[in-house]
Design a protein around this ligand. Structure first.
Ligand SMILES: N[C@@H](CCC(=O)N[C@@H](CS)C(=O)NCC(=O)O)C(=O)O
Length: 218
């Protein structure tokens, strides 16, 4: 049985969770925060990042490595096309979303979500990068109706959990939704994916965790 470690407010945790749910893979969840110095965490995720999984073979971190492992061990229903070219095109999109969009937007999270600050120079540098990367993403993404084309894939699990963060963070930091400014109308897409049972579970668990955190803080 796979143990998924992390927490329900994490987009990368939810990317993996959605894949597990879509495939009907049995799993249990273990709440692990980021930045742990515990050997029990660092031996599984050396940077202390989440998600990571514990399995009968050992532990593994990095969401895409995990997702690819799940795809290989539980091929049905497929979340990458059988055709090697189309499969690689899906992974190309995942790389774009995780590396060129989410990771860049992450520079804004301290101010957007954690009550911290982002220096003017960092905000300006991030904006320049995001504008370039979002225009590039727009060329690759299909939204017809799924992000990689006519079928639901791993790329949707990556896009659906991370694109809203771009809108939220850029609105807070720049007063402008850079995703919308790039001409990426992701809201109808988000509603389409959000109606899936896997997404409904992710939303319910995320909301429960958010409410619990708010109660603790009050
Ligand atoms: N490349 C990693 C990114 C994971 C990641 O950044 N997770 C965040 C939580 S959403 C985290 O652990 N942040 C804490 C840190 O970077 O130290 C993956 O795909 O799993």
């Amino acid at each position: 049985m796979i143990t998924l470690c992390g927490f329900a407010l994490s987009n990368y945790y939810n990317k993996v969770k959605m894949v597990l749910l879509e495939k009907g893979v049995p799993f249990v969840e273990e709440r692990v925060k980021t930045g742990s110095k515990d050997e029990s965490v660092l031996s599984c995720s050396p940077l202390g990042k989440v998600p990571f999984i514990r399995t009968e073979h050992g532990a593994m971190c990095e969401s895409q490595a995990i997702v690819d492992y799940i795809e290989a061990t539980h091929p049905n229903p497929p979340l990458v096309p059988a055709d090697p070219w189309q499969a690689a095109k899906v992974r190309e999109l995942v790389t774009f979303i995780d590396l060129h969009i989410e990771l860049v937007t992450r520079e804004l999270y301290p101010k957007a979500f954690f009550g911290g600050e982002v220096s003017e120079s960092n905000a300006a540098r991030t904006r320049k990068l995001l504008e370039r990367n979002l225009a590039a993403f727009k060329r690759l993404a299909k939204f017809s109706p799924y992000v990689a084309g006519d079928s639901f894939t791993q790329a949707d699990c990556a896009a659906w959990v991370s694109l809203p963060l771009v809108t939220m963070a850029t609105k807070i930091v720049y007063g402008e939704d850079l995703l919308a400014a790039a001409g990426i109308a992701w809201k109808p897409y988000s509603a389409l994916i959000g109606a899936r049972p896997s997404a409904q579970r992710v939303i319910a668990d995320r909301n429960a965790e958010r409410d619990q955190a708010a109660t603790k803080a009050a």
